[in-house]
Design a protein around this ligand. Sequence first.
Ligand code: HAM
Length: 429
Amino acid sequence: MKVSKIKGTLDYFGNNIEKYRYIEDTARKISKEFGYEEIQTPVFEATEVFARGVGEGTDIVNKEMYTFLDRSNKSITLRPEGTAGVSRAYVENKMYANQGLTKLFYFEQMFRCERPQAGRYRQFTQFGIEALGTSSAYLDADVIYFGYCFLHRLGIDKVKVKINTLGSSDGRKKYEEALKEYFSLHISDMCEDCKTRLQKNPLRILDCKVDAKNRIMDNAPKIMDYLNEEDQAYFKKVLTCLDALGVKYEVDQKLVRGLDYYNNTVFEFIYDDENSSINNLAILAGGRYNGLAKAFDGPDTQAIGFASGVERLMLVLDELNLFKTSQVKSDIVVINIGEDTKLKALELVSYLRKAGKSVEMDYVSSSLKPQFKLADRLGAPYLIIIGEEEVLNGTFKLKNTTLKTESIYKIEKLNEVFNIEGEKYAYKK
Ligand code: HAM
């Protein structure tokens, strides 16, 4: 039976898994530097967590969730994003009792039943951060700066930062009403999805891909005209902080984001290279979500965060040729000459591995050509060669493949040659 992977999923191996781990290592390192601690939440949650958290009017909840009934007829959903689960965990584990700011990061798989295309998968990984417990323009800028530094650390600088504010609930409500009024006059000239959005979530009309260039969009009401003074001042302060931190951004009043929980600051980092097929791909996005913990019966919590799509970062690293697989897969290859020395080779390999060295051997062949080929493929800088003569004399031959030098050592010198401490090679002739 021939079976294939599910559409929109990936197998990770070879260069790809190395790239993936490189991004993960970078994410973990920078999270530590910015003072974020790891959280892992379950891969699946009760469906309400996302329906209530992400919002009933969103594409994610309406069209993209992997939802099923478990054996006790409970509706379960594979997480489509991290923020709702983290907020549920924050409330359930009373993390708010610590007072002040709780700073968490995750590096986890998400699942969305989207139409697969370049950079859009059904199983993908997000590196996300969430800072819960404080509202401050300084923190908003700090979170955006974190995203900026993370991409910079990976070497990705072809990035445009888009930023907007959705205001707090009052202003946002007024704005939604104004949008509803405006778009209902023009809706017959807009796409089918926008017709549904008009009823359910008029904000989302603004980031409709189909109607993006429709001139009706240009004259739509602008959020800034509906925000109260406090929200406007808050946004201004975020921008002032970003200026001070040297983060270049573009205020985009059409940026509304596809999740319902946002208020005030929202932002997106997109890949910016007109000549590339992945131009405009969103590689990191987030915003403030002050009401979410309360929706889970927690305290009124101010929070902000972002998530970055790891597979999209992998595409960008490829595009910019920023990641090279390490050429050295093994530091030492032990080569034996003649069938009788195979066991000696295995003993040596085992000893060196126990001492923490990365060593390989050819288990099958005792002729030289395939063994040298293996050493070459693994890019080994050192070869240890042992033949019957070496076994008799209690020696080994060491070849430095970079300097192209060759020396013979007494086996007692093995530890010294490879800087091994605390182990002893019991050499038997
Ligand atoms: P989001 O914009 O839905 O936000 O996703 C964040 C990032 O995840 C996107 O910018 C993109 O890089 C990546 N991503 C999303 N969908 C896919 C997909 N189908 N395939 C590959 N990558 C994808 C959120 O998920 C929010 N929870 C972010 C957040 C955290 N807001 C506050 N805290």
